[in-house]
Write a protein of this length. Structure first.
Length: 244
């Protein structure tokens, strides 16, 4: 199953529940930006690649950016549209349904900031596509612009029962993630149990992600011309801040 099919037919239905408290996530990302002095500069514009339900997009708008939020899933874009409609006057987020690989088409002028958060960059099909996306982001940024990437660290393989990860549960839902490793990819299976009228049902869907190795990515971004401002690993989630 493709990544888009997985989101359209499975994950989007419970994505926001899985992510958790929206305001908490939004404020956490705002703190991350403030702590690293990420703020509007020359153009005041930003692009959020793989915006999902908009945690980062709304955070950036509250910081002062004019944001273009890009995603391929209708349900998540609808959720984000509802949040945009409740933004105070003066804050701007534009929705774009599209493929993140087309980053050069999303703005007619250079931007201050591009972000690709969550584990979105690992959804690309090949490492060549990752390299091209980073190059296209570099080309789309104004001088001194920033690229923020986050992705999960799959360098250490989980084995046996460690592969079964309890993600979230409440009285009506239980989400478990199962991970299987190959050389360059991981197969992620989202196993959801839902309770309806005292009866539990099971929904299962799998898709592949790239095993992005941080050392290879660092070599590539430096080759392209980025400076590395931050390289942090928090709970096996890598956070990179790159400056043009």
């Amino acid at each position: 199953m493709t990544v888009k099919e997985h989101y359209d037919n499975h994950l989007a239905d419970f994505y926001s529940w899985m992510i958790g408290d929206f305001d908490k996530g939004k404020n956490s990302f705002k703190d991350f930006c403030f702590n690293h002095e990420i703020k509007p500069n020359k153009t005041g514009s930003a692009i959020d690649l793989g915006a999902g339900n908009g945690i980062q997009s709304i955070a950036l708008s509250e910081i002062g950016y004019t944001v273009k939020a890009v995603d391929f899933n209708d349900k998540l874009l609808t959720e984000l549209k509802d949040k945009i409609n409740r933004l105070p006057n003066g804050l701007s987020v534009e929705l774009i349904k599209g493929d993140i690989r087309n980053v050069k088409t999303f703005s007619k002028s250079l931007v201050d900031l591009i972000i690709c958060c969550g584990d979105t960059i690992s959804h690309l099909e090949t490492f060549e596509q990752v390299d091209k996306l980073i190059q296209d982001c570099f080309d789309s940024l104004d001088d001194n612009g920033y690229l923020i990437l986050t992705f999960r660290d799959y360098s250490f393989e989980l084995t046996d029962i460690q592969r079964f990860i309890p993600v979230k549960s409440d009285k009506n839902r239980i989400l478990t993630c199962v991970i299987d490793y190959s050389e360059d990819k991981v197969t992620v299976t989202d196993l959801l149990h839902e309770k309806h009228h005292q009866t539990w049902t099971q929904k299962v869907s799998s898709y592949d992600k790239l095993r992005i190795r941080i050392e290879n990515l660092i070599d590539k971004v430096e080759e392209i011309g980025f400076s590395i401002i931050a390289n942090e690993n928090k709970n096996r989630m890598i956070h990179l801040i790159l400056k043009k």
